[in-house]
Write a protein that binds this ligand. Structure first.
Ligand SMILES: N[C@@H](CCC(=O)N[C@@H](CS)C(=O)NCC(=O)O)C(=O)O
Length: 279
């Protein structure tokens, strides 16, 4: 009869699997929350990025012709939320409490529903695209964003689960960043600000705490080591996952650059921080 003993554990220490994430070379989409989670949690991985023009070839090697995929010690796994949840566990960004995990999953799955709805409009042209996107903005997008705001408030106004940063926050972040970018035709760049202002509003109350330098000095953060760490790790992670190819299009390549992306990311991050008494 064999038994696991402390001695066995010593002989066979738990090792991190070899991870390779394959996804578009972009800062948005279904692969980005997993990338952010691994960066934040210092989980080593191969960041296999490819250009949109290479997708036709890459997809031939995936089970469903889709990305992202994750290779775990050479075995290829699909499904973005399953991947994000898995790396979230490795990164310490997934709740261990069953109920908090449920709340985290609820947000992830709701956002995935929205991703699917948006995905259905890709490939449409001119009037058909306009009609479909406008209907989406008026209907599901407004509904989901409003729900996210209410949900966030109900859970304390900062995090979506476990009262700390989890993969749910990362997935919301990626979605909000995408919607704010104004890159989706017929989706107004101020939609989140209009529909779910509390997801963005705290920025407006923080004018004197606008950081002069992003990573090195952040007077925005004055309220405790955990928040400080969360903000800095998130900023570092976003910067690390940015690509020069996307500098013009959003936040990732722009942390040292344009004011609009900075504003958008600060708004979102500011929602995660306690409001200081500025008297
Ligand atoms: N259920 C899958 C959906 C993956 C998916 O649709 N990925 C998109 C890119 S974000 C894709 O590969 N689309 C190409 C296609 O479906 O033909 C997941 O969550 O990973």
């Amino acid at each position: 009869m064999s038994r696991n003993t402390a001695c066995d554990r010593h002989i066979h220490p738990i090792t991190m699997p070899q991870l390779k994430l394959t996804y578009f070379d972009t800062h948005g989409g279904r692969g980005e929350p997993a990338r952010l989670a691994m960066r934040i949690g210092n989980v080593p991985f191969e960041d296999h990025r490819f250009a949109f023009s290479e997708f036709a070839e890459i997809r031939k090697s995936t089970p469903f012709g889709q990305v992202p995929t994750l290779h775990v010690d050479g075995a290829q796994v699909t499904q973005s939320d399953a991947i994000t949840r898995y790396v979230g566990k490795l990164a310490g960004l997934y709740p261990t409490d069953a109920y908090q995990a449920l709340l985290c999953d609820e947000v992830m799955d709701a956002l995935e529903d929205l991703n699917v709805r948006l995905g259905q409009t890709f490939g449409l042209q001119s009037d058909a695209l306009k009609e479909a996107r406008e209907a989406l903005v008026k209907g599901p997008m407004t509904l989901y964003l409003t729900w996210l705001q209410t949900n966030s408030e109900a859970r304390g106004g900062r995090y979506f689960a476990d009262q700390r940063l989890t993969i749910a926050d990362l997935k919301v972040f990626v979605m909000v960043r995408w919607l704010n970018s104004g890159r989706l035709d017929h989706v107004p760049g101020d939609l989140v600000a209009r529909v779910a202002p509390d997801l963005l509003a705290i920025w407006h109350s923080l004018p004197r705490r606008r950081p002069s330098s992003w990573v090195d000095a952040d007077p925005l953060v004055t309220h405790g080591a955990d928040d400080h760490l969360t903000l800095l790790t998130l900023i570092h992670a976003i910067r690390a996952t940015s690509t020069s190819a996307h500098k013009d299009h959003g936040l990732c390549g722009s942390l040292k650059g344009g004011s609009l992306p900075r504003l958008a990311i600060l708004r979102w991050l500011a929602c995660k921080l306690p409001v200081a008494n500025d008297s």
